[in-house]
Design a protein. Sequence first.
Length: 358
Amino acid sequence: MKKAAIILLSLVMLASMSMGLFANGQSNGGKKKLKVGLSFSDFDTERWSTEADAMEKLFTEAGAEVVIQVANHDARLQNDQIANMITGGVDVLLIVAEDGAAAATAVDDAAAEGVKVIAYDRLIKSANLSAYISFDNVAVGEAQAKGIISRVSKGRYVMLGGSPTDNNAVLFRKGQMNIVQPLVDKGDITIVADQWVENWDNAIATTKMENILTAIDNGVDAVVASNDGTALGALQAMKAQGLAGKVPISGQDATTAGCKSIVEGDLSMTVFKDLRKLMPLAVETTLALGRGEAITGMTSYTLKELTGDNLTGEVPCKFLKVISVDAKNVYEEVIKSGFQKYDEVYKDIPEDKRPPRV
């Protein structure tokens, strides 16, 4: 297990124990051992492997059997893996979808077999979901746009979205445009490029940003990027043109690399989503569904509200709050809270330019 996973796991376990997840060390009221299937789109994105390790531990400590599958960005494979887990007798599925539309078939098939399904952090476009647990993704996009506009409120903007098959990327863009569009309408901002990055891939982000800079002859004043990975990929292209640290760019996830880039002066801001709160909530909800218990604290949203698509049906949802982070508060919010490690974020930063340890 990676160091980051070990650190995050210890914190999650402390939080989860306080929520009573490990009471009696049994699931399903002491009856048949609950079997949980975890389906991940990929492990290329750093957080997913970390969360898989952490949740596996939490479920095991709660007395459940856990099966984990990873689809390596293959939507068809993910559906096949889910079908195999259903055949294998899972009681509940928790899914990080590669493609929120394609995975709807798997959710519908699971529901037909009486298997409860939770969409974890990425919406699946099916009204047969038992729950959708995530962060306020529109607020993420709004925070990103506000963070950039606070630095440059006029000029030529590049919009760099995430994976087009991830509904979260659509919600981030909705939030971004809630803030940017009024300034476009006013004539203060011109969007000179609008690209989406398949699979949230850093290398693809680098290539797309290289092509954008070539097409606009480096004429960019700000970049609204949708997560730390795509932002750091774009920054590679920007560094080659002497633009890194001069042109503001947003991120998301408060990754180690993202926070380090902020303190180094390249990445302008990120959005902190505290996974230590999301994972225990997901585990608690999954266990409750598996035990046939009612889940509380949910608000129902229509699929049309969640996606903008002409879809019918409602999904019970729980959205956690997010925090905008930049050089002014990265230490207080991300480091001091223990989400990222001081020595990793401030590596290579001179001692006299670091905040004091607490």
